[in-house]
Design a protein around this ligand. Structure first.
Ligand code: SF4
Length: 383
């Protein structure tokens, strides 16, 4: 039988959304604490709807897609890198994105939209497509919900300023801790010029009292793609939350097999399960910095400079500071209670409320605190 020529038709809007939102999974950073585990478990239909956890603990959905998966960059950890031809490339026009998104918004199925993009052309060309979409949403559709824009590394100051004037949140991925590790990930992006300089500009323009102080800022590390240690990542986290005033830091474990064979992450001894465990420990450390009053310099590491995988970072700190324990459940300050392994902000609140109600606390169980975490905490408390 004669071979028939293979005809590939141009994808329609739904097909393009399926391709582009599926590829957006490699960028898990969201403005409103998108659970990376949930992102990885999403089904095949409507894959542009991402589950998100709200600040009040509730759940909702965010519409998230790439505007284009065409990319001129060569990030070795990324399946969309230039020259990696297993990807079917396509681009959504601003009008197509708005047409796809607005029905979800009008029927209250989503709380907002997250736009990111490959570098189709140059950084400002990629930015201009996202900005044109944002302008249509804000000015033509009068959309007032969450609008998160990814800042493309190397974007001009003018593009960054415009994004800040339209978005409720922006993010620019740092990827790794420092120029030396970054150089192992890509040859086409310069750490200081493409990443650090724009991050500094964003920080200055979103600082308290600055013109865009209301815009939330975040970044992401791709954990284990290069050969940075957790100690180096945590040092950067301290600077990002401190000097840069960042609102959120996200971590995405490098998924082995996706990247270039020369990548350090492809040649390390760490398994995918260990990389996911490392991502989890970094998120726990992030909580210690943001919610538990820890300073980056207090976080402990093993001899290799990494967070131990067999114990959580708060308990590891506590084991190294026996002089701080036991903590008196009836007298300790809130800050001291928050450092007790197994106690989170909700449990601490209950202890403080129990004390205010007059009675002496004789056990966590008497406050309705039970289970493995309460048992763990009891070992570090006195009553
Ligand atoms: S810039 Fe890098 S990470 Fe982003 S899509 Fe292109 S190759 Fe992937």
């Amino acid at each position: 039988m004669q071979n028939m020529p293979l005809i590939q038709t141009a994808p329609d809007l739904r097909e393009k959304l399926q391709i582009l939102s599926s590829d957006a999974q490699y960028d898990l950073s969201c403005a409103c604490s998108c659970g990376s585990g949930d992102s990885r478990r999403r089904g095949l239909d409507d894959r542009w709807l991402y589950p998100v956890t709200l600040q009040n603990g509730g759940r909702s959905l965010l519409f998230k897609t790439l505007v284009s998966n065409a990319c001129a960059n060569d990030c070795k950890y990324c399946p969309l890198r230039a020259g990696h031809d297993v990807v079917r490339r396509c681009t959504l026009s601003p009008d197509e994105i708005v047409r796809a998104f607005m029905p979800y918004w009008n029927s209250r199925q989503v709380i907002g939209i997250f736009l990111t993009s490959g570098v189709c052309g140059n950084p400002d060309a990629a930015m201009s497509r996202m900005l044109a979409t944002a302008e249509l949403l804000r000015y033509r559709e009068h959309f007032r919900g969450i609008l998160h824009l990814k800042i493309i590394p190397g974007a001009s100051d003018a593009a960054i300023d415009r994004a800040l004037s339209l978005a409720s949140g922006v993010s620019l991925n740092l990827e790794t801790a420092g120029a030396e590790h970054f150089a192992k990930l890509t040859s086409r992006k310069d750490y200081l010029h493409s990443i650090i300089a724009p991050l500094k500009r964003i920080a200055a323009l979103t600082a308290p009292g600055a013109p865009h102080a209301q815009v939330k800022t975040s970044t992401q590390f791709v954990v284990g793609a290069s050969d940075e240690t957790d100690r180096e990542v945590v040092r950067y986290m301290g600077g990002l939350y401190g000097r840069m005033g960042m609102h959120g830091i996200f971590f995405s474990a490098y998924q082995r097999g996706l990247g270039d064979p020369s990548l350090p992450g492809e040649n390390s001894a760490a398994t995918n399960a260990e990389l996911l465990a490392r991502e989890h420990r970094l998120y726990q450390t992030d909580f210690l910095l943001r919610k538990y009053g820890f300073d980056a310099g207090e976080i402990g590491f093993d001899d290799s400079g990494n967070l131990p995988l067999d114990v959580d970072p708060k308990e590891f700190w506590a084991r190294r500071h026996p002089e701080r324990f036991p903590v008196d459940a009836n007298r300790a300050e809130k800050a001291e209670l928050l450092r007790v392994p197994g106690l989170g902000p909700v449990a601490v609140k209950r202890i403080l409320a129990g004390r205010r109600n007059g009675g002496r606390i004789r056990s966590l169980e008497s406050l309705g605190l039970r289970g493995a975490l309460a048992r763990k905490a009891t070992a570090w408390l006195s009553f």
